[in-house]
Design a protein around this ligand. Sequence first.
Ligand code: PMP
Length: 386
Amino acid sequence: QGLFAALTPQAPDPLLSLIALYREDARPEKIDLGVGVYRDEAGHTPIMRAMKAAERKLVDEQPTKSYLGPEGDVGFVALSARLAMGPQAEGLIGVQTPGGTGALRLAAALVQSARPGGTVWLGAPSWPIHAPIFESAGLKVCSYRHYDPATGALAFEDILEALGQASAGDVFLIHGCCHNPSGADPDAGQWAEIARLTAERGVVPLIDLAYQGLGEGLDEDAAGARLVVAAVDEALVAYSCDKNFGLYRERTGALFVKAAGSIDATRSNLHALARYMWSMPPDHGAAAARIILETPALAADWRMELDTVRERLNAVRQALAAAHPRLAPLGGQKGMFSLLPLTPDQVIAIRKDHAVYMAGSGRINIAGLTLESVPRFVQAFDAVLS
Ligand code: PMP
């Protein structure tokens, strides 16, 4: 028996099979609400204007491709930390990572080094990759209810209860904004309560900030995360530039860590763990994002284009909420995703009978719709409900 005979086949990512089905569908009116990338009104995922300009500059002016350290582009790390965390960025350790996924994986490895087999609290539902990232690092995942399908809002009492049950030194994952998949974020009062309890319980928040700027605005979307990090001595922030800079395949992100009195040991562990996993992060996306952030004209243009992205998402969201009573909760949710109140059978029916493609959970990517396609979508939604 060979070594690999012990392996069992893994299920393919259901969203990837959905892409294939969508591609094969010949119906011209088909609507794709599956994969989580932003799309403009024409259905494209554009390279942002400032990004194109920064990439040109990078190609023209980059003097070498020699190695950087495991922390990546230090200019990018400092500027993205400032963007995410505001003035308190000064006190954080930062490491550039391969996307938000890399940041989460590095966070998991750091926690596993500090407390082997430690506990991560994860609200359900969540991004499906969260639990396997922590489990494959050797950590234990405890689940609690994040979202109440009956109201389309946060299951806030359940979050408080989970925080109450967590022990000091447990990690508590919180989506910084634009919750994936539910779109249900805490309001300002709830963030304050979360921050207070996190500090009181000695729980270490791990904030996953993958959609900054796609909800209400760059600073607004980070306000809750900043409040929580300010309230505690130890915190982790997994940051992604893949949505707000449109960098996806360039794998651009960072992990920011607040480490109380253990700054040097924490930093050296982060660098060592990064070395063992990917040695150093891919450069291109981070270098280009750094050029945008350090060049005022490019930064201003990037912010303007990000405003357009956010306004488009919000316009479609409000149109959906106004079009059907069962979609009304979407109006109070944020970002690119929402969960529709559909059973798995209804999700199949809306695909087969109406050419509307979405994840089996009923998660939709709002960016797959336009103001023009909303009425047709709502008609299909209503048809499968009855
Ligand atoms: N966290 C959440 C909540 C996400 O939705 C995603 C991406 N879909 C990530 C992290 C990972 O982002 P990246 O593509 O930068 O690895």
